[in-house]
Design a protein around this ligand. Structure first.
Ligand code: DX5
Ligand code: ZN
Length: 226
């Protein structure tokens, strides 16, 4: 299997949940991963979906699931998403006492392991943990809601992570999430991100698949010029 240079992951948070399977199929040929935001009304104020919905959805598409857990006590819940067939399971650094241990458990359960860093969390304390992970998700908003405005100052964390990953020759995706759209994705790519979550920019478009392709094209151009 060839490794795509850049990943675009539509977030179903911005989809019409009454037609979720169709919304997912609409991006199936264009997207690399499907980003699934799990929120528990504790770690973040919002509440979305949980394991039963992810299990049902797993049967509806061939897209790899990029599950983003915005929940407390991820050690209790995260491995269930790996068992449900998620490709990548990302949990928040702020919610976990021992991120390295949970990453090992996720990998043992057959998933990639992802570490998410919220808006107000510095990246430096986590850099040495990155060899345990397959993805690093740098929030470019405060986690909790779709449709927020992109915060460009958070790309400093992407730059720091990119330097660290390249210097250590780590095999790790650097993913950005929040406010990624045609007018922001190039800066994120130039900062060193190579995976891009987009909710509103994809499902708010007339043609979601075309929006995904356009985002990948813009990111690719910016990455090549960086
Ligand atoms: C918010 C979620 C995001 C959200 C992004 O906390 O993690 O994945 O869906 O939505 P947009 O692209 O609309 O900012
Ligand atoms: Zn997300």
């Amino acid at each position: 299997m060839t490794v795509p240079p850049l990943i675009v992951a539509p977030s179903i948070l911005a989809a019409d949940f009454s037609r979720l399977a169709e919304e997912v199929r609409a991006v199936e040929d264009a997207a690399d991963w499907l980003h699934v935001d799990v929120m528990d009304n504790h770690f973040v104020p919002n509440l979305t979906i949980g394991l039963p919905v992810v299990q049902s959805l797993r049967a509806a598409t061939t897209l790899p699931f990029d599950v983003h857990l915005m929940i407390t006590d991820p050690h209790r819940w995260a491995p269930g998403y790996a068992d449900a067939g998620a490709y990548n399971v990302t949990f928040h650094a702020e919610a976990c006492d021992d991120p390295g241990a949970l990453a090992r458990d996720l990998r043992a359960a057959g998933a990639k392991a992802g570490l998410a860093i919220d808006r107000d969390t510095p990246i430096e304390p986590y850099l040495d943990l990155l060899p345990n992970f397959d993805t690093l998700l740098v929030m470019t908003i405060k986690a909790g809601f779709g449709g927020q405005r992109f915060l460009p100052q958070l790309l400093d964390k992407v730059r720091a992570a990119r330097r660290h990953v390249d210097a250590g020759h780590l095999e790790l995706r650097i993913e950005v999430d929040g406010g990624i759209a045609a007018d922001t994705i190039e800066q994120a790519a130039a900062a060193g991100a190579d995976a891009f979550v987009a909710g509103t920019a994809v499902y708010g478009a007339d043609d979601p698949a075309e929006a995904v392709r356009r985002l990948r094209e813009l990111a690719g151009g910016a990455a090549a010029g960086a």
